[in-house]
Ligand binder design. Structure first.
Ligand code: ADP
Ligand code: MG
Ligand code: ZN
Length: 600
């Protein structure tokens, strides 16, 4: 019964035929009234996981989201599908709020998006508790945790929701949470026996490249030549750099602009809107640009500087290729970036505990940059998805450095970690392996264990390099919550039992620039490009009239499919992915007319 209902909604409202991997399980779990934690990469399709239960249930689904821009785009998209959705946040006038409240009272709304500060208000909560709430979805849930990448005090207060709505199922969703953060989300939000749905973080359509930041502008220009007019973001650390890079690209004839928090809000929304509507091709931006961007056809994300941690990096590159088509991530790093980021942390106002975590995370980012192992696996292992087979879509897989067998070294390190009860950090481990009689080692009796001194023939620098590689390979993990101590992972016992071989490389300074990323080729397909352009400009007119981003009306992917299939009637048009019944009713006639007029 349930199965057919949620499939019907998927087709009728969203225009899709099949659920992606875990969506159906997550939806059914929620419909059974149970709590869940959904960890799925950006672009994985989290929204449907709470939007379909909202439509399949009586009552209202509350969605907590940190960004007004993001809420507004989601609501526009929902309205185009014929779903009743509204938002309550601090940017609404009294009249606008009253309008929403009235719709809530009459029970017309299916989804209510709220900012955390709005739902933390007692009067609002009292009002909400009189309504029939069927589900509470907390998007970007990593914001509740100080271990996460973007802690927000407003989010931490959401724990009160469990008290006010003891029986309403909750769903926490995030694209960025390491193991520590995942556990903390469950604790902070007081989820009841939640099931965790961990979707692989791998984004198979993104090819990632990492290289030293030398002659970056020249390299970027040569990379851009391979992209034609595809959309992309270039992230810079400073506002100055965003302007500098944009101006250099403009001077070379590129359609580029810049974005940072120092611009006035009018300028910011102009740049954002034009980028979303494909009117600006390249945005040079600080990280202020992004969270509100759901644009599906971003083909590349370039990091002009190293990001502050792996969560931030992965979230930023995750904005590329949301439509599932090939995309590239290119990261430039330098020791200067590392120093600068370290200074930001040291000079920040955050408490010492938080600073320590941020510093450890910055180091892992550095390790990522300097790693010669599969870059994708490093990220996956970081997020607790331990895996050793190669991804095949990162630079180190495509162009592997020379390796040697390091199984013996790995066994030494793992055995020392275990014999020290998984309570030591990197420096102590190296001390133990090298047989150091430092007081921190002797006072805890680590000089008495069997592995003490077994690695004295290897230099400390090389041990560090090896251990970093082992962490990168998921054989050892770091627990930031307990002073960055080293722990075993599920792969560790495989190594000790001789079931998994470990490869390592000796440290070689990466001074020489690697060759530029492979040519970007638009996915070849039999698309009528003229028709595609005509449909795009029809959509742009509509988007301007309605003052919404173009992709909330119809995605590029949907337009492309229309150009391939060339539907001649409503029935054929409905088969296209992304066309549901409401969109068919609203635009079907116009689309079919455009096809008729432009295709013989
Ligand atoms: P997330 O919030 O996880 O970053 P979204 O919910 O915004 O991702 O979804 C990303 C894109 O994938 C959207 O364009 C969405 O419509 C599309 N999508 C989600 N689920 C499906 C599905 N089952 N079939 C086809 N497209 C889907
Ligand atoms: Mg989302
Ligand atoms: Zn790889």
């Amino acid at each position: 019964m349930e199965k057919t209902l949620i499939y019907k909604i998927l087709k009728k409202t969203f225009g899709y035929d099949d659920f992606r991997s875990k969506q159906e399980k997550i939806i059914n779990h929620s419909l059974e009234g149970k709590d869940g934690l959904v960890i799925m990469p950006t672009g994985g399709g989290k929204s449907i996981c709470y939007q379909i239960p909202a439509l399949a249930s009586e009552g209202i689904t509350l969605v907590i989201s940190p960004l007004i821009a993001l809420m507004n785009d989601q609501i526009s998209a929902l309205r185009f599908m014929g779903v009743k959705a509204e938002a309550l946040h601090s940017n609404l006038s009294i009249d606008e709020s009253r309008f929403v409240y009235n719709q809530l009272k009459t029970g017309e709304l299916k989804l209510l998006y709220m900012s955390p500060e709005r739902i933390n208000n007692e009067t609002t909560q009292r009002f909400l508790s009189t309504l029939n709430i069927s589900l509470i979805a907390i998007d970007e849930a990593h914001c509740v945790s100080v271990w996460g990448n973007d802690f927000r005090p407003d989010y931490a207060e959401l724990s009160s929701l469990r008290t006010i709505f003891p029986n309403v199922p909750m769903m926490a969703l995030t694209a960025t949470a390491d193991k520590t953060t995942q556990d903390d989300i469950i604790t902070q939000l007081k989820l009841r026996e939640p099931k965790t749905f961990l979707e692989s973080f791998e984004r198979k359509n993104i090819t990632s490249y990492v290289e030293p930041g030398l002659k970056r502008i020249e390299k970027i220009k040569s990379i851009l030549r391979t992209y034609n007019d595809a959309s992309g973001i270039i992230y810079c650390l400073s506002r100055n750099d965003t302007e500098k890079v944009a101006k250099k690209l403009q001077a070379s004839g590129y359609n580029a602009d810049f974005y940072h928090a120092g611009l006035d809000s009018f300028e910011r929304s102009r740049v954002q809107r034009q980028f979303q509507n494909d009117e600006i091709q390249i945005i040079c931006a600080t990280i202020a640009f992004g969270m509100g961007i759901d644009k599906p056809n971003i083909r590349f994300v370039i990091h002009y500087n190293m990001p502050k941690n792996i969560e931030a990096y992965y979230q930023e590159i995750g904005r590329a290729g949301r439509d599932g088509e090939p995309a590239e991530a290119i990261l430039f790093y330098s020791w200067g970036d590392f120093i600068k980021l370290q200074r930001f942390i040291d000079e920040g106002e955050a408490n010492p505990e938080f600073q320590k975590v941020q510093t450890a995370k910055l180091k892992r980012m550095w390790e990522y940059c300097t790693s010669s192992d599969c870059h994708t696996n490093l990220v996956l292992n970081y997020f607790g998805e331990y895996r050793s087979e190669k991804c095949g879509h990162c630079d180190n897989c495509i162009n592997p450095p020379t390796k040697k067998d390091g199984t013996t070294q790995a066994m030494m390190a793992l055995s020392a970690i275990k014999r020290c009860n998984e309570r030591i950090g990197m420096e102590t481990l190296i001390g133990v392996l090298k047989g150091s009689y430092r007081s921190e080692i002797t006072s805890r009796g680590y000089d008495k264990i069997k592995t003490f001194g077994v690695g004295r023939n290897i230099s400390g620098a090389n041990w560090k390099n090896y251990i970093i590689q082992m962490i990168n390979q998921g054989i050892i993990s770091i627990d930031y919550a307990t002073g960055s101590t080293l722990k075993w992972t599920p792969l560790s016992s495989e190594v000790i039992n001789n079931k998994l071989k470990v490869n390592i490389v000796d440290f070689v300074p990466k001074t020489k620039a690697k060759k530029p990323p492979k040519l970007f080729v638009e996915t070849e397909m039999d698309t009528n490009l003229d028709l595609f352009d005509i449909l795009k400009s029809w959509r742009l007119d509509l988007a301007r009239k309605k003052n919404v981003p173009a992709f909330t009306i119809l995605a590029n992917k949907t337009l492309k499919e229309i150009c391939q299939v060339l539907p001649t009637n409503n029935f054929e048009l409905l088969q296209v992915n992304g066309i549901g019944e409401v969109k068919l009713r609203q635009y079907g006639h116009e689309i079919l007319n455009i096809i008729k007029e432009n295709v013989k």
